[in-house]
Design a protein around this ligand. Structure first.
Ligand SMILES: Nc1ncnc2c1ncn2[C@@H]1O[C@H](COP(=O)(O)OP(=O)(O)O)[C@@H](O)[C@H]1O
Ligand SMILES: O=P(O)(O)O[C@H]1O[C@H](CO)[C@@H](O[C@H]2O[C@H](CO)[C@@H](O)[C@H](O)[C@H]2O)[C@H](O)[C@H]1O
Length: 448
């Protein structure tokens, strides 16, 4: 191993975006090139990690280089190679500037290709700041004008976030933040991978999770009032969110492929739901007690006779993916569920997938405070009431804008259950004390 791979092998497992924690490494290789040779120099590395379990992943690691340690960058320090000191290139503000300079110039730098969308102003010369709450990607805000998401794990193919935003440009849908550009990297002998995605930053917005949970807090604070009587009622917002979701679905179906989905499609879907349940039960054994009920629910999907239209969808719609601005809701992050392969995330699906995702999110917003106070029947009753009220409002808004009431579809319940199964795996891995939220919902969904 080189001095740099030694450093990276030490540093990467401590990074929030690195999901391979706990897996034993069998090797690490990297290839890098300079994005900017000024001061600081900025390099970009493709780092390939192989695991003893046979798996392998490639990560994108931008670094900045300085001739002497800089105390102000201590939080971003990676280590020294000879006399040069390496820093996390996305947390060294000066090192974030060249990304937008190259986008404006539509440059090719080594294997990196910068593609400006050519529709709106890109804030050149401004440094970017990493947003808090980094998860599998790292996002930087540039001057409250643009936000760049850097995809850490490289997968061949166009990222659905770029693909969908690019396609939606022609529709001028008011519920989307415009794409400003994207960056790709060549992959040896294969399809290139998306490295970064630049989008207009939506200022003065509040995310749906924050708004919904403050409404729930207001309700919990009132001993005797019902959801429709409390000041922070969310139902009007939920209804407008339903309308916005339907509007985005309509435009997705206009600009991206659709397919008629009949008996064969339903049969395949039923098989996928069952396979996902089986895989999840191997990871979360608590799912086993709901398996029989869920199999009945999923089996019924295979019997649905009414054909539908499959189309591109959001794939992971929840309250944390929507922003309320002064003029309405904006839907973000069309990447799909991060745990699925890129090909699976680009498959055509029922738009009810997203409706189910948002209904699950109302359930989460209502119940997450119960994690701290389990067994309080009054709060549990109120949580149920809040979730029901907002589910109904969301579906009403969706129905008014699309002409189809999602609440009447036999598929909706099965897709809600499927999302809750996915959430069980997500929570078991990331927030074990929240596992009871999807498990409680599954007990209800599987029992009728
Ligand atoms: N265009 C935007 N304008 C304003 N804030 C944004 C924008 N895009 C993302 N954000 C903020 O960044 C957060 C993370 O963005 P997201 O695309 O969901 O990234 P991730 O895939 O890492 O979850 C969002 O919850 C939102 O608060
Ligand atoms: O990181 P992403 O935003 O792409 O999504 C993942 O993380 C989400 C949590 O941040 C997770 O969402 C689940 O928790 C939310 C509350 O934190 C809740 O509103 C969602 O309904 C629930 O699914 C999402 O599933 C996961 O893919």
């Amino acid at each position: 191993m080189s001095a740099l791979t030694d450093l990276l092998a030490e540093w990467m497992p401590h990074q929030r975006w690195f999901p391979g924690k706990g897996r034993e490494w069998s090797g690490i290789t990297e290839d890098g090139f300079f994005l900017d040779e000024g001061t600081p120099a900025v390099s970009v590395h493709r780092v390939r990690v192989t695991y003893t379990d046979g798996g392998a992943e490639t990560y994108l690691v931008p670094l900045s280089w300085r001739g002497a340690p800089d105390d102000e960058l201590a939080h971003a320090y990676v280590g020294a190679v000879g006399d040069n000191h390496a820093y996390d290139g996305l947390r060294d503000r000066e090192a974030t500037v060249p990304w937008l300079t190259h986008l404006v110039a539509a440059s090719t730098v080594g294997p990196l290709h910068f593609h400006p969308a050519g529709v709106a102003y890109i804030p050149e010369g401004v440094p970017g700041d990493v947003i808090s709450g980094e998860q599998s990607n790292t996002s930087l805000i540039y001057g409250e004008t643009a936000i760049m998401k850097v995809f850490r794990r490289l997968e061949p193919g166009l990222n659905p976030d770029v693909e969908v935003h690019d396609a939606l440009r022609a529709t001028e849908n008011p519920h989307i933040a415009p794409l400003l550009g994207h960056v790709e990297v060549d992959e040896d002998g294969g399809e290139s991978a998306t490295v970064a995605f630049l989008q207009s930053f939506v200022p003065n917005a509040s995310d749906g999770w924050r708004l919904a949970t403050s409404s729930v807090r207001d309700l919990y604070a009132e001993a005797d009032l019902h959801a429709d009587e409390v000041g922070g009622d969310f139902a009007g917002e939920a209804e407008r969110l339903g309308e916005a979701t339907a509007s985005v679905h309509r435009d997705l179906a206009r600009v991206l492929p659709t397919a008629e989905a009949g008996a064969e499609w339903y049969a395949q879907l039923a098989a996928q739901l069952i396979a996902r349940l089986d895989a999840a039960t191997a990871i979360v054994p608590e799912l086993a007690e709901h398996a029989d009920g869920l199999r009945v629910l999923y089996g019924a999907v295979g019997d649905i006779a009414e054909p539908t239209t499959a189309q591109r969808v959001h794939g992971d719609l929840h309250l944390g993916q929507v922003l309320r601005t002064t003029t309405g809701w904006i839907v973000l992050d069309f990447e799909g569920e991060p745990a699925r392969s890129l090909a699976a995330r680009r498959e055509l699906d029922s738009p009810l997938r997203d409706v189910a995702g948002m209904l699950r999110s109302f359930d989460y917003a209502a119940r997450h405070m119960l994690v701290e106070q389990p067994g309080d029947p009054q709060l549990a009753y109120r949580a149920q009431e809040w979730a029901e009220r907002n589910r109904t409002a969301f579906c009403a808004g969706y129905a008014a804008a699309s002409g189809t009431d999602p609440a009447t579809s036999p598929l909706l319940r099965a897709l809600e259950a499927d999302k809750a199964v996915y959430e069980c795996v997500y929570e078991a891995r990331n927030r074990p004390n929240w596992l009871m939220i999807p498990l409680t919902s599954l007990a209800r969904l599987a029992s009728s």
